[in-house]
Design a protein around this ligand. Structure first.
Ligand code: PLP
Length: 456
């Protein structure tokens, strides 16, 4: 049976077995409509640039109008027209346990009674800091921020302050938030919208940013030889050019090269932290950087970021040291609470094995279906992070990723949406599985994909 987005009431959707029942009656469902979403977006465009609070949400690269969310629960999202979707975006990564998880909500309700912001030290900062330090091999000390962008901004200043060098090496197609110094050949929304570099970024802000090619050690060594580099910064598994894994040799080689040339190695684990393994990519690949940035999962769906690393490096941060960085809402009690609960759930036996099993099943099902229908398609996954490209592959860097047929991706995206599957609205974004997804969800997604591959 082919899945399609159907109109449901919230009670039906949230009842045990609700989705299954709804899908069984799909033939009787009203035609798919997104009229209310369109109405809200039309108004939003008059109120906010592009009608959104963050660019990729606008569906620019896949065409058509975005759907407007009403609510999320478990593995599903619901739009304002009453359509239900199996969600593989998971609010761009944080929803690794599923949406609106009862345990997290209960802890948040309790925390809410104590106040929404302290602007002063609180015990739960220690609790989450200890959890992060215990889990992430490189982290001996941590500073909490409000977003991944803020964490990366702090990290950038820190590596320069610690090494007394100004240059950094980043990789084409890697995204580290929207700070000036990183908006050079960044992936994610910058790639999605085809923006070369953003206007408004002063030349001076990017003069110290050097760009290398992912999975290519020679391109890094050339830069390290020619310049005094403070740090080599990378997504240890790329999610912002689509899903691109590193080779083991690449990560090990970077560790050696940075040590040899006196530069710091920084893993930006905003996306991969606590997602591909409890200890992040550094645990998964057994390569320990000097500094790590985090976000998304460690806030359990509330706004959080963090950067951490060796104690001697972190003690350069104010007020322990001279490098200034601050935040009114940093270490926010609600965000700490959601993060602690989320990590508690993730630490339970077998969670990452389950994410890996479900994701592999989804990815192999879709690739097989695509190939059977005669499409050039490749893709992969690590634990609960995955992606596909509409080309034969292999995809080892951003130039390879750009070979994907993005027009076909746009058609695929829209058709999957109409069949009740919510995927990231860009070829250059990764997909995310959650612990709330079931085998049934995966089977229905693969069925939908088979139907779509026959159409596009
Ligand atoms: C690897 C990486 N770094 C940094 C960021 C920026 O985080 P935020 O969007 O929370 O500012 C992102 C966001 O997707 C990311 O994927």
């Amino acid at each position: 049976m082919i899945l399609s987005a159907v109109v449901v009431t919230s009670a039906a959707a949230l009842a045990p077995g609700g989705l299954t029942k709804m899908m069984a009656t799909v033939a009787d469902a009203p035609a798919y409509s997104t009229a209310k979403s369109a109405e809200i977006m039309a108004e939003a465009k008059e109120l906010m640039p592009g009608g959104v609070s963050s660019p990729v949400r606008a569906f620019k690269s896949v065409g058509g109008e975005p759907i407007v969310f009403d609510r999320v629960k478990g593995a599903y999202c619901f739009d304002v027209d009453g359509n239900q979707y199996i969600d593989y975006v998971g609010t761009w990564g944080p929803a690794i346990c599923g949406h609106a998880v009862e345990e997290v909500n209960a802890a948040l309700a309790e925390a809410l009674e104590k106040g929404t912001s302290f602007g002063a030290p609180s015990l739960n900062e220690n609790v989450l800091a200890k959890m992060v330090i215990d889990a992430v091999p490189s982290v001996e000390m941590v500073r909490f921020t409000n977003s991944g962008t803020e964490a990366c901004m702090g990290m950038l200043r820190l590596v320069r302050a610690y090494t007394n060098r100004e240059k950094i090496v980043k990789f084409e197609g890697c995204y580290h938030g929207h700070a000036d110094g990183f908006l050079v050949q960044a992936g994610s929304g910058v790639a999605t919208l085809g923006l070369p570099d953003s206007p408004g970024v002063p030349g001076g802000a990017t003069a110290g940013t050097l760009v290398a090619t992912y999975n290519d050690l020679d391109s890094v060594e050339t830069l390290l030889k020619e310049h005094e580099v403070a740090a080599v910064v990378l997504e240890p598994v790329v999610g912002n050019s689509g899903f691109i894994p590193p080779t083991q040799e690449f990560l090990e080689g970077l560790r050696k090269l940075t040590t040899d040339y006196g530069a710091l190695l920084v893993f930006d684990e905003v996306m991969t932290g606590f997602r591909i393994a409890y200890g992040g990519a550094q645990e998964y690949f057994g390569v320990t950087p000097d500094v790590t940035t985090m976000g998304k999962v460690i806030g359990g769906g509330l706004p959080v970021g963090a950067y951490g690393g060796r104690k001697d490096i972190m003690e350069v941060v104010a007020p322990a040291g001279p490098m200034y960085q601050a935040g009114t809402l940093s270490g926010n009690p609600l965000a700490m609470t959601a993060g602690i609960k989320t990590l508690e759930i993730l630490k339970r036996q077998g969670q990452y094995e389950e994410l890996d099993r479900l994701t592999k099943k989804l990815v192999s099902g879709i690739i097989d279906a695509g190939k059977e229908a005669g499409h050039a398609i490749c893709g992969g996954s690590i634990s609960g992070m995955f992606g596909f490209f509409f080309c034969d592959g292999p995809v080892n860097n951003f130039q390879d990723a750009k070979k994907s047929d993005t027009e076909k991706f746009a058609k695929w995206h829209r058709a999957m949406l109409e069949k009740g599957v919510y995927l990231a609205p860009s070829q250059f974004e990764a997909g995310f599985m959650s612990l709330a997804h079931t085998d049934d969800d995966i089977d229905k997604t693969i069925e939908a994909a088979k139907a779509v591959f026959a159409e596009i």
